[in-house]
Write a protein of this length. Structure first.
Length: 299
């Protein structure tokens, strides 16, 4: 025991870690079943009997998203008692779970308003499931950064978190509309959502990269906005203004870097005409890499 105490692991801290881990495992298990319940299907049947890859990808996105959110709830100082630790972890975890489900609902009804996402995933549409998984992971990345930005466990804290969440969903929708506009302009007014409905995996991978990049760049705002639990309007406007600035900076940098990294390659033709998944994967990697670099620079 002395060895562990030398590295700061006391019996009290070990109990707190066990409490956090137990609650996290329970919530992750709940997420797997919620995925099926939310679209009225049996998750075991879809995953193990029907071998529905699309449902598996969508479920994986949800489980990963909750795991990301829980890291935001766990990170920080231990509470003053076991009960307060359990209440705090459960409250943040459940609130994060609710925000993930709400974000998914908003993405389905507003961002992907031209298609029936749940129906397409049940039918095995991998392209749609990739976008769904990336959108929920992007939401989770944002929620995690907001959880780490906020402090204490009060009503004001949850209002501050929810305000930043609403701004993030607005930005993800705006990003989707901008990508749709660019796609239509290059493809005789064709719909990007229709392309996803038709199973265009390359387009889904590229769009997933933009969603994740937006989430990482949005997270950088937490380093510049001072947390004031009662400054509702200032918190909201701070996240909105900074996220717009980061989106513009991200878009300009991506346009430049992609021309350099993918020089002598017609990205539009490869991804949108030839359905080249490899080029789309590289494009996605560039988007995420630049966003991570921006986030590190802002920190």
């Amino acid at each position: 025991m002395t060895f562990f105490q030398d590295y700061g692991l006391t019996p009290e801290l070990a109990v707190i870690l066990a409490i956090d881990l137990t609650i996290a495992v329970i919530l992750l298990t709940l997420m797997r079943y919620l995925q099926g319940w939310s679209i009225n299907v049996n998750s075991h049947h879809e995953l193990a009997e029907k071998d529905n890859f699309a449902f598996g990808i969508s479920t994986a996105g949800g489980v990963a998203a909750l795991g990301i959110v829980l890291t935001g709830a766990i990170t920080g100082e231990a509470a003053s008692s076991y009960l307060i630790e359990a209440i705090g972890m459960t409250a943040y975890g459940v609130f994060g779970l609710v925000l993930i489900k709400l974000g998914r609902l908003l993405h389905d009804k507003i961002a992907l308003n031209e298609i029936n996402k749940s129906e397409l995933i049940i039918k095995g549409n991998v392209a749609v499931s990739i976008v769904d998984a990336s959108a929920v992971i992007a939401t989770a990345i944002i929620i995690r950064s907001v959880l780490m930005w906020a402090e204490d466990l009060t009503l004001d804290t949850f209002i501050a978190i929810f305000s930043a969440f609403i701004v993030s969903q607005l930005m993800l929708v705006l990003l989707t509309r901008w990508r749709e506009y660019r796609y239509a302009k290059r493809n005789q007014n064709a719909s990007m959502q229709t392309a996803l409905e038709q199973g265009e995996i390359a387009i889904a991978i590229r769009h997933a990269g933009y969603l994740l990049a937006m989430a990482f760049s949005f997270s950088a705002a937490s380093h510049f906005i001072d947390y004031d639990p009662q400054a509702y309007f200032n918190n909201l406007m701070g996240w909105l203004i900074f996220s717009i600035i980061m989106l513009v900076a991200l878009s300009l940098l991506l346009a430049l870097v992609k021309k350099l990294v993918l020089a002598q390659i017609n990205i539009t033709d490869e991804v949108e005409k030839q359905k080249n998944i490899g080029v789309a994967a590289v494009e996605m990697a560039i988007s995420v890499a630049i966003a991570l670099i921006l986030m590190a620079l802002m920190a």
